[in-house]
Design a protein around this ligand. Structure first.
Ligand SMILES: Cc1cc2nc3c(=O)[nH]c(=O)nc-3n(C[C@H](O)[C@H](O)[C@H](O)COP(=O)(O)OP(=O)(O)OC[C@H]3O[C@@H](n4cnc5c(N)ncnc54)[C@H](O)[C@@H]3O)c2cc1C
Length: 307
């Protein structure tokens, strides 16, 4: 069994020798937008795909593994995450290569980094993605979207490393991407991806990006600790309207509160714990259910164990 109950630094002794880096007891609060949560028992930063393949092939049987990206859609619980948390953060995973009308990137590239490449090369079509916080691997897993587009609309293929340590190229259709969801095995780690682009005048690209940025600043909280929309929109409805109608717009649990600007966003005002944020979210689910008979589904991914 693996868990935070073990003596400090015990797990790392059981892990294979790698070229990348292991860090014991890495505080995950500093890896997430909410800024809360306990530590990863071990954090693993693979050097490249070969390193990750080797790790997955030779790691102890039954070792819990999970992967995080930019942490912009995550609520890590206060007890932390037992086992190994993988983060693709080396130079290899931050590479961006241009092809014929396509961009191929490591999964650790920040969505916002695409802006420069698009403007310098007269490319369009990915403006919506640039406006979404997080990394490309996480944006595929969540099929992130906004302004009428989703990641699946621009994704051609990915490479993954699976639980047995095999590297495979997978066409986008096989990931079964749906509304803020994907349906591929939990042990697949997306390591790189190819996006479709279209030729576009940089002036036009800049204009679209500026409009989208202005819209966000007007309608959503910014420069605060949040993880974006907390709940998915039920079919044909808007989560924020249900939340407001159910009298939840002013709710607060200690340092966790509902954003005044957009009531589907929860905010850590500075001293919230993950427990405060999750309790606030669950209170909203309960109240919306009582008022509307609709059960809201969390869009934010909750990870780890309670303290
Ligand atoms: C201010 C704000 C605004 C936002 N606006 C939007 C929006 O408009 N539209 C929208 O869709 N989302 C939005 N989000 C949510 C979030 O930015 C997106 O879901 C984002 O794409 C998540 O990427 P990430 O790298 O941060 O993933 P993380 O939060 O780190 O992880 C999310 C999930 O992806 C998995 N994952 C991460 N990397 C990989 C990988 N390499 N392989 C396999 N699985 C992986 C994780 O295990 C987890 O399940 C917003 C968030 C914030 C804070």
């Amino acid at each position: 069994m693996f868990g935070l109950g073990h003596k400090k630094n015990e797990l790392v002794k059981l892990l294979p020798e790698v070229r990348g880096r292991y860090v014991c007891d890495e505080p995950l609060a500093k890896h997430t937008w909410f800024g809360v949560g306990g530590p990863a028992e071990v954090m693993f930063y693979p050097e490249d795909d070969k390193d990750l393949e080797w790790f997955m092939r030779t790691k102890p049987y039954n070792l819990p593994i999970c992967v995080i990206g930019g942490g912009s859609n995550l609520l890590v619980r206060d007890g932390g995450v037992p086992g190994v948390v993988v983060k693709l953060d080396s130079k290899y995973y931050r590479r961006i290569e241009l092809g014929d009308g396509v961009i191929t990137c490591g999964a650790g590239v920040r969505n916002g980094e695409l802006k420069k490449v698009m403007l310098e090369n007269g490319l369009g079509g990915l403006e919506f993605l640039v406006s979404i916080p997080g990394h490309l691997g996480g944006s595929i897993k969540t099929n992130a979207g906004c302004f009428g587009k989703e990641t699946k609309d621009v994704l051609l293929k990915v490479t993954i490393v699976n639980g047995e340590g095999e590297l495979r190229e997978v066409p986008a259709e096989e990931l079964t991407l749906g509304y803020r969801s994907s349906c591929f095995p939990d042990d697949w780690i997306i390591t790189s991806l190819t996006l479709r682009t279209e030729p576009q005048d940089p002036g036009k690209t800049k204009e679209i990006m500026a409009e989208q940025k202005a819209y966000r600043e007007k309608s959503q909280p910014h420069n605060v600790r949040t993880a974006g929309s907390t709940f998915k929109n039920p079919e044909g409805l808007r989560a924020w309207e249900l939340i407001k109608k159910s009298g939840c717009a002013d709710l607060r649990v200690n340092g966790a509160k509902v954003s005044e600007k957009h009531c589907n966003f929860l905010v850590n005002t500075g001293k919230a714990t993950a427990h405060d944020l999750e309790t606030l979210g669950e209170t909203i689910v309960q109240k919306v259910k009582e008022h509307t008979s609709i059960t809201l589904e969390w869009e934010v991914k909750r990870l780890g164990i309670h303290k």
